[in-house]
Design a protein around this ligand. Structure first.
Ligand SMILES: [Mn+2]
Length: 328
């Protein structure tokens, strides 16, 4: 019996892309393998152990970061489906490979999966909107919500859910996370749409909300490392709450101050930082490109990051961001 091996990013977008796909194409538990990790760990395809005839689906993970591992699977006769919105220069045609890739700044993987496979299903569209909110893509989330005629209160619910699921993905390793992404998926897949999940007062959602509220409060009280008319920089302390909230506070600052770039750093391994960059909303490009000039850096047009930046290079990053987005 062939197996379905689903490999997905541990953030809102990765989890919800898989929820949409597996509500359209359900797979029995005995045939199903799930592989995920913290948001920052994106080279997950190398963990796949597949046999010829197995079907591997890769969601919300950069093709380029996984290209070698995908090539090995294809060469072995494994079918691979990749849906993503990160850089994919190495995705070459292959009879066993299907790609749904769109690198535009206003799109996320869950939206791609919805458009490609869900045939306009309204309940599944709502999951995709939650994912857009989770990825900080507010304008697109609202445009999709307009299509469905969602009320303000419903949008607020989807925004909160997306934010909470995204928040859960941040950490150095799985032990830092409140709930492992594979366990979150296993709960979410049981609900037809996100409103049902929220109305059920799902225990995971309640737990995430409580911790989130405490963490965001602490982050909002931090004094910026640097702030001027073109950027705002936060350097958070070496604490689990800071690692959990770093991505969310970056998205929140970006929304509040749309003409500034946002840079948030937290201590990573000894002598290193984890850096998140958001391009200004008013000049929404170049973030991934800027980050990829540093080892461990990458991302997409509006959002990028550097994993393991040596502390002494931080001011260099700050200077580059300031030069890149001055006058945005
Ligand atoms: Mn994503």
């Amino acid at each position: 019996m062939s197996r379905y091996i689903d490999v997905f990013n541990g953030d809102a977008d990765g989890i919800l892309a898989l929820v949409i796909l597996r509500r359209v194409y359900p797979v029995g538990a005995e045939q199903h393998t799930l592989i995920s990790d913290v948001k920052r760990h994106i080279q997950l395809v190398e963990r796949v152990q597949a046999e010829p005839g197995d079907k591997v689906t890769v969601l919300d993970l950069s093709y380029d970061a996984n290209a070698k591992a995908i090539d090995r699977l294809l060469a072995k006769g494994v079918e691979v489906l990749c849906c993503d919105h990160h850089q994919a220069r190495h995705a070459l045609p292959h009879p066993k490979l299907t790609t749904v890739i769109d690198e535009s700044a206003n799109c996320c993987t869950a939206l791609l999966v919805f458009r490609e496979f869900a045939g306009g299903n309204k309940a599944l569209h709502c999951w995709a909107i939650a994912a857009l909110f989770g990825d900080g893509l507010m304008a697109q989330a609202n445009a999709e919500a307009d299509e469905l005629g969602l009320a303000h209160a419903q949008r607020a619910e989807l925004c909160e859910l997306g934010t909470l699921l995204n928040y859960n993905g941040y950490g150095r390793n799985l032990a830092d996370l409140m709930i492992p992404p594979t366990a979150l998926f296993a709960q979410l897949i049981n609900f037809e749409d996100p409103f049902e999940l929220i109305a059920a007062q799902n225990a995971s959602v309640v737990k995430l909300r409580e911790q989130f509220n405490a963490d965001i409060q602490r982050a909002q009280n931090e004094i910026p490392y640097l702030e001027n008319e073109s950027l705002i920089v936060l350097l958070l302390p070496d604490a689990d709450w800071a690692r959990r909230i770093s991505g969310t506070i970056a998205n929140q600052l970006m929304e509040q101050q749309p003409n500034k770039a946002v840079l948030v750093a937290t201590p990573w391994q000894v002598g290193e930082l984890l850096v998140s960059l958001r391009a200004p909303r008013t000049n929404n490009e170049g973030a991934g490109e800027l980050c990829s000039q540093f080892p461990g850096g990458g991302g997409r047009a509006g959002a990028g990051g550097i994993t393991g930046l040596p502390n002494e290079r931080f001011d260099e990053v700050v200077a580059q961001v300031e030069a890149r987005y001055r006058g945005s």
